[in-house]
Design a protein around this ligand. Sequence first.
Ligand code: CDT
Length: 303
Amino acid sequence: TRMLTVGAAQLGPIARQDSRRDVVERMIALIEKAAARGVGLVVFPELALTTFFPRWFMEDQAEVDAFFETSMPNADTQPLFDRARALKIGFSFGYGELVEEGGETHRYNTAILVDAAGNIVHRYRKIHLPGHSEHEPWRAFQHLEKRYFEPGMEPFSTCEAFGGVLSQAICNDRRWPETYREASLRGAEMLLIGYNTPVHYPLAPEHDHLQCFHNHLCMQAGAYANGIWVVGVAKAGKEEGCDLIGQSCIIAPTGEIVAMASTLGDELVVHDCDLDRCDEIRRNIFNFKLHRRPDMYPMLSAG
Ligand code: CDT
């Protein structure tokens, strides 16, 4: 067995005026809890350092850019990197990434994975950006990810770390079966997914009562159909008047939820994940080499 003890570190609401330092303090408290429970990898949510700012329409780019990081680690997050390294714990978290590349400014919804020695070993830029790009005042709140971020242009990828093969995805990605299949075909054994999911979905409010169901449905199905561990971690609770779902969880390759948060606040749930359990699924029912028929699915690569 290859055991990786994972902590899903749910964060409760972050107010607009909360500083990065306030949030990093909360993250460090969860890292310390995790250390006491023998955790090797702590997974934090999407856009973990700030409030979920795409809920507001902002015309002033400087106001938007205040929610982005221009380097990582930086002065605000260095204490998190330092504390985790001292405790020999790895971690992942999401943040707004502002980069200058080829003389152009790019903004991504990004997640990084940091190993126990404090090195950034994997970076993922969100591929499926939900929401809209123009102000839609009829909504109770905005979801302007398409305005504030560019979609990631690098395919899903993996990295060897923590004794296994890990991959990352972000929030809306978890609703797409392709995310898990791509990660699995690339050999990933564990997929880390942070999310910020409002209970209210303005385009189909009749589905509001299904938000928690759909959250688990897609992650459990993705785990099972691909024989992969899934760690889904929420930013939860009432954030600036907007209710975000919780139910952060760790899902085995069988599709079973093996640990789940029971609050909407800062909460750590832990599980000893045996990465060898991926084979329970990949060697039988979903033995891709033996049973999968990619030639029969031409539309999947046709776009
Ligand atoms: N952050 C994020 O991607 N949230 C979306 C909300 C629904 S689309 C407006 C999600 O898929 O959970």
